[in-house]
Write a protein that binds this ligand. Structure first.
Ligand code: CMC
Length: 371
């Protein structure tokens, strides 16, 4: 047996959902650049789940289903209200709330494709309402009910802030959701596949994935980027901070990638949007600091930004609180997790690798008196 730490370079499955080849990311064969420019989040969800772009009519039906399923049972918000709201991390709330959705769904264990697709719509739609609702509840306000006339991106911002977002805000947020929707066999997607490969239910798969996304080496990096920008504070402090961090071998959040070695294509698109939005916003401080950090890391370590780096500035400019950055990532990535869960069910094999044992050799049991 040979051990590959972190499974680096190991090909664990075949998948027809998304690919990263020569630093080009595609969903079902469409490049992320094309999708970011021409598509929208609902269309991408449909594409990921069904393999093809929807017709006008198919998209209308799909959007309506999402809008109709966005309401969240009262039990979920009652549960959230019982949590230590000022200290709990929203990702922990989201993980628990999605699990609770499964408890409340009488169809949770139905395994036929139609039932799973219906549950997928319910999870996808409700997850946005949960994130926005939690944000309101911890501010002492009541959740804002979903607005059926708004698309997914606009509706989330509406439920979060209680006002209809501008077209520029909606477009920027919608594009960010498109960019984060899927990413081949990343850690959380692999987690989801491992979970459902035991023939566990879709709620368990998404709940496990949320747990994996929460970590700072995965989805949690976007929040850490914002923490870093706040800590640095101003453009003048960037050089000093980065040089110190590199000298003490600290990892700079939002940089580096296991798969992309010549740069993450999503980061380039997000950078452009962060630039536009912060200019409109009239506060480009974090964007300018980010550009300087990018220059320094490229010069000093040859490291390039990943998707989490500029999404931090972008979400900040959209008025999203920093600890909601990862839940927002989860809202988008749910579409990819679900696509992978459905694919796993369609041709399932239990995922059960081996470990190379490096503990003590076989030894006789030690009686209590001899320990
Ligand atoms: N800051 C400083 N040095 C870094 C960084 C970084 N962000 N990333 C990699 N390096 C260095 C690392 O110290 C190592 O140097 P050396 O060979 O001298 O020890 C070398 O680059 C290789 O690093 P690695 O950690 O072995 O690379 P990996 O492929 O295992 O890790 C990574 C990929 C994303 C975990 C890592 O780059 C990292 O920890 N980045 C910061 C966290 C982050 O931004 N995560 C989001 C990832 S993208 C979105 C997602 O998938 O969720």
């Amino acid at each position: 047996m040979t051990t590959t730490k972190g499974l680096e370079g190991v090909v664990a499955t075949t998948s027809a959902i998304s690919s990263i080849t020569n630093d080009v990311l595609t969903y079902r064969g469409y490049s992320i650049q094309d999708l970011a420019e021409h598509s929208n989040f609902e269309e991408c969800i449909y594409l990921l789940w069904n393999g093809e772009l929807p017709t006008d009519n198919q998209l209308d039906i799909f959007k309506n289903k999402l809008a109709e399923n966005a309401g969240v049972p009262n039990e979920i918000f009652a549960l959230i209200k019982a949590y230590p709201l000022q200290t709990v991390h929203p990702m922990a709330v989201l993980r628990t709330a999605v699990s609770a959705l499964g408890v409340l769904d009488p169809d949770a264990d139905r395994m036929d494709l139609l039932s799973n697709k219906d549950k997928a719509i319910r999870i996808q739609a409700k997850i946005a309402t949960i994130v926005a609702g939690f944000a309101r509840i911890r501010q002492g306000a009541e959740p804002v009910a979903p607005n059926k006339n708004l698309g997914f991106a606009a509706n989330f911002l509406y439920m979060l802030k209680g006002r209809i977002p501008t077209e520029v805000e909606t477009r920027a947020f919608d594009t960010a959701l498109v960019l984060h929707a899927d990413h081949e066999l990343n850690a959380s997607t692999f987690t989801a596949r491992v979970c459902v490969a035991t023939l566990s239910d879709i709620y368990s798969g998404v709940t496990s994935a949320i747990g994996a996304l929460k970590g700072p080496l995965h989805g949690g990096a976007n929040e850490q980027v914002m923490n870093m920008l706040e800590k640095i504070g101003s453009l003048d402090n960037v050089n000093f901070y980065i040089e110190n961090a590199l000298a003490s071998k600290e990892k700079i959040m939002g940089f580096g990638h296991r798969v992309y070695k010549n740069g993450d294509p999503r980061a380039r698109i997000l950078k452009k949007m962060a630039d536009q939005l912060t200019k409109l916003d009239g506060d480009a401080r974090y964007y300018e600091m980010s550009v300087r950090i990018e220059q320094l890391l490229r010069e000093k370590k040859g490291l390039l930004p990943n998707t989490d780096f500029y999404s931090a500035t972008l979400y900040h400019a959209l008025g999203i609180e920093k600890d909601l950055f990862t839940p927002v990532f989860a809202m988008s990535r749910t579409s990819g997790w679900v696509a992978h869960i459905l694919e796993q069910y369609s041709d399932n094999r239990l995922i059960r690798p081996r470990a190379e044992y490096n503990g003590p050799g076989l030894r006789p049991y030690l009686a209590m008196s001899e320990r």
